[in-house]
Design a protein around this ligand. Sequence first.
Ligand code: PLP
Length: 458
Amino acid sequence: MAFNVETNFGQGKVFGRKLHNFPIFRYKKGANVIFCVAIGPTQVPQLPWKLIFNEKERPLLSNEKFGIYGGKFVPETLISSLTKLDYEFYSALHDPQFQMELEVALRDYVGRETPLHFAQRLTDYYKSINKGIGPDIYLKREDLNHGGAHKINNAIAQAMLAKRIGFKNVVVSTGAGQHGVATAAACAKLSLECTIFMGSLDMGDMERQPSNVLLMKNLGAKVKSVKGSFKDAMSEGIRYWVNNLDKTYFLVGATIGSHPCPTMIREFQTIIGKETRKQAMEKWGGKPHVLVACVGSGSNALGLFHEFIQDDHVRLIGVEASGTGLDSDQHSAAMARGQVGVYHGAMSYLLQDEEGQVIVPYSISVGLEYPGVSPELSFLKDKGRIEFSTVTDEEALEAYKRLCRLEGIIPSLEASHAIAFLDKLCYTLKDGEKVIINLSGHGEKDAAFVFNHTPNHE
Ligand SMILES: Cc1ncc(COP(=O)(O)O)c(C=O)c1O
C-alpha cells in the first residue's frame, strides 16, 4: 500500500501497514520520518493531508478515546467526515487568528467573562440550619451568557468552525432548547442557515419549553418537530446529517456522539473553568474546595471541572437527575444506574435494559434527559476523580424556588439540580470552605412550569 499525496510540504509518499487494525503511514521528507494514524486504506487519498501536519511536523490528531470510552462507532462511510472534522477542529485550535476571533466573540457577543457571585443569603441559610457552620457558596453565572446558558460557548465556536470549513447549512438537535437558541443566534450572526430538530408530542420537549421554540423561530431557524424526546431529536439530526454530509455541518451541543464531538465540545466549554480559577484567585487567593455541576451529557460539568482535574485537592461533583426516584424507572441517572454501552456512536455509561435496549430517560428538567453521558466523564468516574450524586424532581423544584427567594436569581431547572445538592453537601464541609456551583442556565424557560407546580402559586 503506497500513495503519492500532496501535503503542505509538497509531494510525498505514504507507506502503510496495519497495527491494531489501523493503517500507519510513513511520510518521508528529507531525512525526517513522520508517523501518523490515518483512517483506512480506501479513504486515504481523500484525506485533507495538508491538515495532518503543522509547522512543527506533528500529526494534528486528538485522542479518540478516554480509556475504553468514546470512539467512533459509526459506519465506515462516516469515518472520513469525522476525521476531517477532527483535523479542522485541531487546526483551528492551533490557529492564533481563529483563537483571537473566538476571544472577541466570547467577550463582545457572548458577554464573557461571567461573574463568580458570592451567594451571601444562600450561605447564611445553610449556616443557619447547621449551628452557624457552613461553606461559602459561590455561583458561576453561566445564566448571564447571551442566550441564557453555557451552550453559546460551544455554539459560537462551532458555528465559526463551520463557516471556516466552508459550510452554509447547520443542523442541530436540542433538548431544552438552550442549545437550539444559542446555535440559532450564532447562525444568524454568521449568516448560516440553521435547521433544528426538537422532540415533540404528548408533552415532548417542544411543549415543555415553548418559549425557546419561539426564540429559535424568531432568530430565523427552521424548527422541525421529532416524535419523542432529545434522544430521538439527536437520532433525527444524525440521520439528516448522514444524508447531507457534503452540504451540512452537524453542530452537536452536548459532550456526546462520535469523536471528535465530546472532545471538541468539552474544549470549547473549558473557558468556564479557566475563568473560575482566575476569579477564585482574585477573590480569596486560592483554589475552590468543591465544584458542583448538574450532568445531562456533561458539557457544563466538564467545562467547569476540566481545568481542575490535576488539582487533586479540589473535589469535583456531578449531579444527575433521579426524577421520581432512582428505584422508579423515571430517572436520567446514567452514572448511577447505567452500564457501559454504545449509543449515538460512542461508548459511555448508558441506561439500558438486560437486552441492551436503551431505556427512555426522564427528568422534570428537559436538558438532563439523555440515556447516555459524556465518555470523558465516564472515564473520570471509573478513575474516581469525579464523584457523582443524584437529586430528585422535588428537590430540584425546591432549590429553584430557594434561589429565587434568597438571591433574586432564577436558575434553570437543570442548574437547580446542582443547587439542590447543597442540602446533602453543606453539613459535611468545614466552616468557610469554598463551594462553586455552576449556574448553567437561566430559568425563565421553566417559570410557567414551576409556577403551575407550586401549591396555591405561593
Ligand atoms: C441550562 C442547561 N444546563 C445543563 C444542561 C445539561 O447539559 P450538559 O450536561 O451538557 O451541560 C442543559 C441541556 O440542555 C441546559 O440547557
